[in-house]
Design a protein around this ligand. Structure first.
Ligand SMILES: [Zn+2]
Length: 137
């Protein structure tokens, strides 16, 4: 079975709403859940403030808030199974910046992107400098 990210529809809608509220800046945060073999099952998300100097173009999770979010999802009984961010002006495809920074190796990246006006979701796994498309189920 190929790697896949399971994202319940309630989480999809909440993340899309969050991305729209945050536009024109990118929003970012963590996905909590469980990993069972090749399946990453998201159960919750934890928003983290984007502290990048140009938040319209990139994301950088505010470090203290990120640590607090990791602890909070662990307290809730979940593991960190992914990171998410939005692309307010483009498709949900890893940007050159995402690829260059590649900070979260072997961790699913969920991107909430805008093609025309509709947000769309896609998931990726970064390994080295390459991103592999992850099935989103
Ligand atoms: Zn990006």
């Amino acid at each position: 079975m190929p790697l896949a990210l399971s994202l319940p529809s309630t989480l999809r809608r909440a993340l899309q709403a969050e991305a729209q509220r945050g536009a024109p800046n990118e929003v970012c945060g963590l996905l909590g859940g469980v990993q069972r073999g090749p399946l990453f099952q998201a159960a919750c998300y934890m928003p983290v403030p984007n502290c990048a100097a140009t938040p319209q173009m990139r994301f950088a999770m505010q470090p203290e808030a990120m640590v607090a979010a990791i602890l909070a999802l662990q307290r809730a009984g979940y593991a960190l199974i992914g990171v998410y961010h939005s692309h307010p002006h483009s498709a949900p495809v890893p940007s050159a910046v995402d690829i260059a920074e590649g900070a979260w190796q072997a961790t699913p990246y969920l991107i909430i992107g805008y093609a025309a006006t509709q947000p769309r979701l896609a998931a990726w796994l970064i390994e080295g400098r390459s991103f592999t498309h992850l099935a989103l189920i």
